[in-house]
Design a protein around this ligand. Structure first.
Ligand code: NAP
Ligand code: MG
Length: 531
């Protein structure tokens, strides 16, 4: 494997390096104003290259301001799913025979459009799912990276087809990877453009066709994605968009007999139920699923505490901890425990809580009422069974719009095996635990069903090596002050999970991602030299 370098789309960083940060903020703020003026429309399904109206619609409002209606969206039904799958199945044969260069060109044209519309797309993400400014732009950047990286990899491998020679005289052999057929793409709310675009691109650029079901909270950005690909020249039926609920759209999509494979990112519960459905129905295609996390960070006596505090605060609380990669439990050596905890509390209390669009916001609103209920529930448990050092309440501030704002919460004195420290909450909530040495910390970090991301803060080379060797985790970061566990970049930091954090052990944005969407074929053609 020869990892050719890849240049990531790093919008904020580029502006910072060019000393044009003000321009960055202005572009984003202008886009927020423009996007606001376009909200509230009605959006049909998109099947076989055209709109399809539904009998019912659901309303999406902004999590940061209930007065802002994002739009009305079609409630898809099992019949709509069937229609979309049939359209995708009908488009498959021609699409898989479309030359690799032609497929890649469509995605590259889409990249140009993504870049043109970058701030508009980021503003849409902020308003629709409440993702704070720089993170929303990074979500769009990552989508661009996925399109570019997968295009490049498909091209670099000649569509994964090569000559395997003439093992005996006259036997001419080729080996290739071929698409399966129709993929169901089921996406989460939290990276509503990056993950949706990455999964769909993986499925489609390799020659499959797709029926896409976005999270119910984030259908607008999914419409914009499909619009961009349609404008870039993707043929009718190659991507179909069916909005609606998990049980009325997602489940029928998984069960549909003409759906060959599923690519899913979301909770462990739903991901595993998709795998079970495939097994129960005797379906043989792949279920490529990225699931939850319970990401640990270890802080040793050799840590730079400043870096550790910053990394944990950003990893746990940016976008209100609504990332599969969010830092959620921290094991700190007892000798530095009090110092770390008090500085983490101080740092946490300095973080801006507010609307996603505001420049100073780090802790943006949480997605829905169930998230608010979960927050109240875990904070009540933490108060009763542990110690809350800061946070624990919804934010009561008259200067905030009517939205779902909660305080970032730091908790200690709950045992390592307590549900609060084992289960994924997907909220701005972190537990901190004292340990006596690195071995204990690693054992506890590994004592989890999940294995997505992990962080270490230590300036000691031998501790770092020990940790890299022993930590059971897909992504492993040492001394990452920008964020202890979040913020992976396409190509350099492929993203995926071990154990119950994923089903395939192959990572998004990495070199082994695309082949998962295809199956191998050996072709032998016997030709005499005389013929
Ligand atoms: P979720 O509740 O599991 O939903 C994910 C998607 O599945 C949504 O589109 C949802 O539709 C759909 N769905 C729900 N029930 C279904 C069913 N029975 N059959 C088929 N589809 C169904 O996850 P989420 O709340 O959107 O996102 C948070 C979760 O995603 C967390 O657990 C997080 O760790 C995980 N995640 C993992 C990664 C990773 O790369 N490992 C990345 C991001 C997020 P509705 O929205 O209509 O319910
Ligand atoms: Mg959900």
């Amino acid at each position: 494997m020869d990892p050719v370098p890849f240049e990531n789309e790093l919008t904020f960083e580029t502006h910072r390096q060019n000393d044009t940060v003000e321009e960055f903020h202005q572009s984003y703020e202008d886009a927020v104003t423009d996007v606001r003026a376009t909200l509230g429309k009605s959006h049909p399904l998109w099947i076989d290259g055209g709109p399809v109206d539904a009998d019912e619609q659901f309303t999406v409002t902004s999590p940061g301001d209930f007065d802002v209606t994002i739009g009305e969206f079609a409630v898809g039904t099992p019949d709509d799913v069937d229609r979309a799958v049939r359209a995708a199945a009908a488009a498959f044969d021609e699409w898989r025979q479309t030359a690799v260069e032609e497929r890649v060109e469509i995605f590259r044209d889409a990249v140009e459009e993504f870049r043109e519309r970058k701030f508009e797309l980021a503003a849409t993400v902020s308003l629709e799912n409440g993702k704070n400014r720089t993170e929303a732009v990074a979500d769009v950047d990552e989508a661009i990276d996925f399109l570019r990286f997968y295009s490049r990899e498909l091209e670099r491998h000649d569509g994964y087809e090569f000559d395997t020679g003439e093992p005996t005289p006259g036997q001419h052999c080729r080996n290739l990877l071929r698409p399966y057929g129709v993929f169901g793409v089921i996406a989460p709310f939290n990276f509503p453009i990056a993950i949706l675009a990455g999964m769909t691109t993986g499925a489609v650029i390799t020659g499959n066709t797709a029926v896409v079901k976005p999270a119910s909270a984030t259908p607008l950005i999914a419409h914009k994605f499909v619009e961009i690909l349609t404008d870039a020249g993707l043929p009718d039926g190659v991507i179909n968009l069916v909005t609606g609920g998990g049980s009325t759209v997602g489940q029928p999509l998984v069960e549909h007999e003409d759906v060959a494979g599923i690519v899913f990112t979301g909770s462990r519960e739903v991901g595993l139920s998709i795998e079970r459905t495939f097994q129960d129905l005797g379906k043989r295609g792949p279920v490529i699923a990225e699931l939850g996390g319970k990401n640990s960070v270890i802080v040793t006596t050799a840590a730079d505490i400043q870096k550790a505090v910053s990394g944990v605060a950003m990893g746990a609380f940016s976008f209100s901890g609504q990332k599969c990669s969010a830092t959620s439990r921290v094991y700190v050596h007892e000798d530095v425990f009090d110092q770390f905890l008090s500085r983490l509390v101080e740092k946490t209390e300095s973080l801006g809580i507010g609307p996603a669009e505001a420049e100073e916001t780090v802790v943006s609103p949480v997605i829905d009422d169930r998230a608010l209920e979960r927050y109240a529930d875990i904070c009540e448990q933490a108060a009763a069974e542990g110690t809350i050092h800061t946070g624990g309440d919804v934010v009561d501030a008259s200067d905030l719009p009517d939205g779902r704002y909660v305080e970032p919460t730091v908790v200690s004195d709950v045992p390592h095996d307590h549900a609060l420290a084992r289960e994924e909450h997907f909220l701005p909530f972190v537990t901190v635990h004292p340990v006596t040495d690195l071995a204990e910390a690693i054992d506890k970090a590994n004592d989890s069903d999940y294995g997505l991301c992990a962080g270490l803060f230590s300036e000691d080379e031998s501790e770092i090596e020990t940790w890299f060797d022993r930590i059971d985790s897909g992504m492993c970061y040492v001394n990452r002050a920008q964020s202890a566990t979040t913020g992976a970049l396409v190509q350099a930091q492929p993203f995926g999970g071990w154990k119950f954090s994923g089903t395939t052990g192959k990572f998004a944005g990495g070199y082994w991602y695309l082949p998962q969407f295809m199956r191998e074929q050996s072709r032998t053609h016997v030709r005499d030299a005389r013929e």
